[in-house]
Design a protein around this ligand. Sequence first.
Ligand code: DC
Length: 357
Amino acid sequence: MGLALPFGDTVALGYLSMTPVELATPAILIALLVAVGVWSARNDGGRYVQLLRRGVVAAGVVLIPGAISVGWFARFDPDTISGITTTPAEQTFWFLSMSLFGAGLSMLAGVAAFGFGGWLSATLQNRPGPRLIIAIDGPAASGKGTLAKRIAAHFGVPYLDTGLLYRAVARDVAAASHGLEDAAAAVAAAKSLDASSLSDPGLRGPRAGDAASIVAKIPEVRAALLEYQRDFARNESRGAVLDGRDIGTIVCPDADIKIFVTASDQARARRRHLEHQARGEAIDYDQVLQDLRRRDARDSGRSVAPLEAAGDALRLDTTNLDPDQAFAAALRLIAGKVGTRTMMDLLRCDASSKNAK
Ligand code: DC
């Protein structure tokens, strides 16, 4: 059975007799218009919508009268279409109607291609990027804080130094004139912790770290701080980097990447000692080493959430690495775990979120 469409044969025969170049030309034009749509939507979204609207109106203005006119001929004067018994005036009018209709259809196809380009651009831009939670644990002076901060900056995701929470609790307990071993006072301080006070420079330094290690032994203090840390990891749309002692084991056991940073006791003590010297503090290297070991023992030996590597953590020994080398090694570990493609996607999303600001 043949095509029942009016002018079906004519149209089909027309396409069959077209040369490849004639067939390719509209395809190239359409592809060009899609590309222009992508470019325009990316470049200036407002102008793109304006152009699209104008295109739809212009195509409608040409197409609708053309369609009405062609429809009129098809319905009331089919003879004109077959060209049998018609006057030259009718033939001319038919020819003009068809031209209008054809031009309108072409314009509509062009507008649709332009619109498709805009849609494609929006879809590509809104494609949800990967969301990575990176947990970095390790003992004091292992280099985990510097590393975590740098990884977060590299991927443009937020960073939480969870040690600051314990440091702030210890600060608040001491400020309320309680002893650091006073569990009730420490729990009260943890429950009323003001997150905006974490930028307090007084929280830096080994003395505050040692005090933090004491309040961190109290299970209720850890419990009071747990939700804050989990919320931080949960609420960030593109993921987050958290560093501490129990991130991979307790806070974010489902973290996509867990890195356990270590370094020999001597290397860590040397780094700490240099930091003291840079601040002009006269302190013996052996004393620093002893303090570090005491803190490690306290953090590793406590009953709740001790310092330990999660079973699925990747290990990074920074004993012989400077910060740049440690960072490069960590990126290699991350790439090995999630693949370079996800790494690129993370960077792409960071770039597009920065562009959107
Ligand atoms: O990472 P830091 O040096 O700022 O941590 C100070 C102390 O806080 C650390 O010795 C133990 C405690 N801490 C913890 O128990 N759990 C964490 N996730 C982070 C820190």
